[in-house]
Ligand binder design. Sequence first.
Ligand code: MCA
Ligand code: AMP
Length: 505
Amino acid sequence: MANHLYDSLFGIHAGKETPFLHLPDGEVITHGAFLQTAARLAGALTALGLKPGDRVAVQVQKSPQALALCVACAQAGLVFLPLNTGYTVDELSYFIENSGASLVVCDASAQAGLAPVATQLGAALETLNADGSGTLTERAESFPPAFDTVPRAPDDLAAFLYTSGTTGRSKGAMLTHDNLVSNAKTLADLWQFTKDDVLIHALPIFHLHGLFVATNVALATGCSMIFHPRFDLDQVIAALPSATAMMGVPTFYTRLLGDARFTRELVAGMRLFISGSAPLLAETHAQFEARTGHRILERYGMTETSMNTSNPYEGERRAGTVGFPLPGVELKITDPDTGATLPTDTVGQIEVRGPNVFKGYWQMPEKTAAELRDDGFFITGDLGRVDADGYVHIVGRSKDLIISGGYNIYPKEIELVLDDAPGVLESAVIGVPHPDFGETVLGVLVPAPGQTPDLDAIMALVSNSLARFKHPRKLVLLDELPRNTMGKVQKNLLRDRYQGMFAKP
Ligand code: MCA
Ligand code: AMP
């Protein structure tokens, strides 16, 4: 048996001296050299005693070695579990425990904090730093640059990506080899990538967007990537004249538009700008076209499903829509109460089915059953409609979710911390419009009778338990939360009340 992911996307480049990664310091890593690094890492992982199907939890800075670690896991039949570099030890403990990870790989600076957790949970701990050094790299050096790929079937697990839940408990979305392979091939074809493309990669690699959409499309076609450690406006502007394509979240595009150096001439060699992970304002779409002559191609996806829809490459890219279902993906709009399919132009819940749809949530059969129907349709939690021309419009979310700069934040997780804070009776966390991040987090607190909560102390409490990107940008006090007759907090009224709080000056 072959190894579906490795043989379909990664290993096909073995021995090729074609450029794969262009680094900011001018270094170029070829496909062949990259795969040799991955093979050495696969050797080291196997020698550590990891067996096919074991989970490898990875919280490291973005680097070529970090990307090679993902490939090494595929080659060795392991399940790669990337984690946001901002997560606190509290958050990490949950992921390591819940996934039953056998190995944790972290930056050396996080080693002291994580060692007790790893020991307690029976996981080995290795380091991998932003510059590629670390104990794992040292081990890998003694292994050969080739590795006997472990057989894996299309339905075997390749990755776990945790997504937060509306109850505040994160769920491990189980992605199979074929989920990743099928989506990468479809997208590479649809977006007309070729080996001559040069893709700007400034996304983090702990989310599906940067880790799989961008990287796997590049690997599926053998093109190269300008690989930036993070989105840095100056670096991206410097890279644009040498690039042909870019993938980003809307904040990338609004930041570029905010810079006078971003001109039609600068992007003369570009053929494609793709946006996703959060809604792109029609206003941004129009400004972008006026400035550059390019119409941004917006697409829609989820951790659980990879990409579902995309605006067309050749046809009209319609602002405010996410285009058509991808080839092989079925999409329907259903009534949230009955599950019945709704007619054209009627708003309902978006459901999708196809080879892209994940296998379920790790060890959470009830949650899986609640969202993944027996017939294979996945209930996305997004609300939308399909217009008469077939374009999908996302009009809202039935899940209580904030998307800030492309990061998903589940209010419940923050409310649980705020509700426990001294002097607080209850809280509601909402997303309000923000000029840079699209939405940002606002915490609304109701003081306990006769008490005045210390907002600075509460922010300190939040910092200890939650990653920085989840922190409320502001906390406000309110005498009581608006509720409907059923007693449910009416967050829409709160959003209306505070919507102008971070408006542009
Ligand atoms: C950074 N901070 C944030 C965010 N990013 N806070 C809220 N939301 C964020 N997205 C914090 C920083 O820690 C910092 O805190 C402060 O906010 C300001 O940082 P700044 O320098 O402005 O931010 P940055 O480092 O430039 O990052 C902004 C960013 C980044 C470039 C937009 O967030 C980013 O790369 N986002 C992409 C996320 C992504 O890939 N999403 C895909 C997931 P302090 O001031 O205290 O230091 S969704 C997905 O994968 C699905 C499948 C899909 O459809 O794609
Ligand atoms: P994640 O948890 O990272 O998988 O986030 C997936 C969610 O991001 C989707 O369910 C949508 O709510 C949102 N999303 C992704 N792409 C888009 C888009 N182009 N427009 C609006 N929302 C999007």
